[in-house]
Design a protein around this ligand. Structure first.
Ligand code: BES
Ligand code: MN
Ligand code: ZN
Length: 511
């Protein structure tokens, strides 16, 4: 079975003794102890693989490799021996990252095809682990090449500025079972890559209307999508969200995506809300020029929601889930909101705008209220590139987690630990809440110098009704301008899709 996951690599699973061309990858555990296929190919090369291993001091450690070019007696071009330490100790995340790391070894010197003989010395690799490995490999192979004209025009991948692996074959003990286990992973890969595509897209191409159109495309997968335009938002009284967008030539939108995979018996949905500021110039409280281009990624929360809804529908998840995204552009202009303005949110509460650059919370305030007003959600989770302060606190390894519900918080942290999309909980409390009391309105949109991520979260909590289980993920440090990892080399990481897929699979799906 072949999986064409993006336009870059076709992935397939095959049995161990299939013929090979291109690059062949085999493995060794610490010692080095070569896997059966590694030993077999070593014999066919009359021992040159193990000789090369000896010469280079290869001990089967992770990240160690032996690279034989034009191996004698074999048809393919390169034979690579990769160390894996102790494969029996690998977690799901280890297999994922390992798949990414192995995929990364081809970058820059890519042949059209790679054959990976995925084995352990102590037995076969379980189909689920093969699937994790494959997912990691695909995510690592993602490149945002849309605006690379050379790469697009040439048919010869090797001549393009970005070389691309065309075919990845994973040889394993039970290819049918691996392909089956990969089916949901493929949906995840597509969802993550969709989120990355959206985050990487520049703001002149992807404004609120275009983003809404991308959400609408989920209709193809059986998601019900409604797009609320300016008029509808005015009628609903979403004045906080509209105030943010009023300085832009581009009109604001809210998209509501419903996936009813659990049917009536599944009960009320879980609702995921995303901040979709397609560009955040700061408004009248204009941001400094340096690095402002990064603010095209201020819609990463919304991108995650669209990627997640895609993923849930593509794997036909047995869950009722709703995605709501607030799509606006925050620009300075003669029609922009001013510092000092007071606006009435959909909830009826009034907000004094002290800094027009604290716009994300205003967008979310109305989306969160709408989510609870229209649905009776089992839980509401929002994702937002909300504050620079979360990076001061946590760097770029953990996203900030705020919640009014210990059980939900614990489940999210657990999902973060298995997927590697890690969360760190930060506090909420009445003293922090006081920071956003306003002299002229019910609240102000900034909370002063310290604890900026917390006061932002307190602001959101003012729009959460008593009894609603709610969590807020501040993904400013993890979703954009991403640090390189085994499974990601893209600016937009697609953070949150795998995390929430895991949460939903573990806690919300009907079995
Ligand atoms: N979108 C930004 C937060 C952000 C900063 C995301 C850097 C990603 C990278 C948000 O709208 C913002 O401007 N927040 C302000 C809040 C402040 C004005 C209270 C911030 O973090 O400085
Ligand atoms: Mn801002
Ligand atoms: Zn913002």
């Amino acid at each position: 079975m072949e999986f064409s996951v993006n336009d870059q690599t076709v992935l397939s699973f095959a049995s161990k003794n299939s013929p090979a061309d291109g690059v062949a990858v085999v493995f060794a555990e610490e010692g080095p102890k070569l896997t059966a296929t590694a030993q077999d190919l070593d014999k066919k090369t009359k021992g040159s693989l193990s000789r090369a291993a000896g010469i280079t001091g290869f001990k089967g450690k992770k990240e160690q490799t032996v690279d034989l070019l034009a191996p004698q007696g074999l048809k393919f071009a390169r034979l690579v021996l990769v160390g894996m330490d102790k494969a029996s100790a690998y977690s799901q995340e280890d297999w994922l990252n390992f798949g990414g790391a192995v995929r990364g070894m081809f970058s820059g010197k890519e042949a059209p095809a790679a054959h990976v003989f995925l084995e352990r010395t102590g037995g076969d690799v379980a189909p689920a682990d093969v699937a994790s490995f494959a997912l990691g490999a695909l995510l690592r192979g993602y490149k945002f090449q849309k605006y690379k004209t050379k790469a697009r025009k040439t048919k010869d991948a090797a001549a393009a500025n970005e070389r691309t692996l065309k075919k990845l074959v994973i040889h394993c003990a039970d290819p049918r079972a691996a392909a089956q286990a990969f089916a949901p992973a493929r949906a995840i890969a597509d969802g993550v890559m969709l989120a990355r595509d959206l985050v990487n897209e520049p703001a002149n191409i992807l404004g609120p209307a275009e983003f809404a159109t991308r959400a609408k495309e989920l209709t193809r997968l059986g998601v019900q999508v409604e797009v609320l335009g300016q008029k509808a938002l005015e009628k609903l009284g979403m004045n906080a969200l509209l105030a943010v967008g009023q300085g832009s030539e581009k009109t604001s939108h809210v998209a509501v995506m419903q996936w009813k995979g659990a049917g009536a018996r599944g009960g009320e949905p879980i609702v995921i809300v995303g901040k979709g500021v397609t560009f955040d110039a700061g408004g009248i409280s204009l941001k400094p020029a340096a690095g402002m281009e990064d603010m095209k990624g201020d819609m990463a929360g919304a991108a995650c929601v669209v990627g997640l809804m895609h993923e849930l529908a593509a794997r036909k998840a047995k869950v009722n889930a709703v995605g709501i995204i607030g799509l606006v552009e925050n620009m300075p202009s003669g029609s922009a909101m001013r510092p000092g303005d007071v606006v009435t949110a959909m909830s009826g509460q009034t907000i004094e705008v002290l800094n027009t650059d604290a716009e994300g919370r205003m967008v979310l305030a109305d989306c969160l209220w709408y989510a609870q007003d229209r649905f009776k959600p089992k839980a509401v989770i929002n994702l937002a590139t909300l504050t620079g302060a979360v990076m001061v606190a946590l760097g770029k390894e953990h996203a900030g987690l705020f919640s009014n519900n210990n059980e939900l918080a614990g489940q999210l942290i657990a999902a973060g630990d298995v997927t590697g999309e890690k969360l760190w909980r930060l506090p909420l409390g009445p003293k922090y809440d006081k920071m956003i009391d306003s002299k002229v309105a019910d609240m102000k949109n900034t909370g002063g110098k310290w604890g900026g991520s917390i006061s932002a979260a307190q602001f959101l909590q003012r729009f959460i009704k008593e009894g609603t289980a709610w969590a807020h993920l501040d993904i400013a440090g993890t979703a954009m301008s991403s640090v390189d990892s085994d499974i990601n080399r893209s600016w937009g990481s697609g953070f949150g899709v795998r995390l929430l897929d895991r949460l939903i699979a573990d806690q919300y799906e009907r079995r």
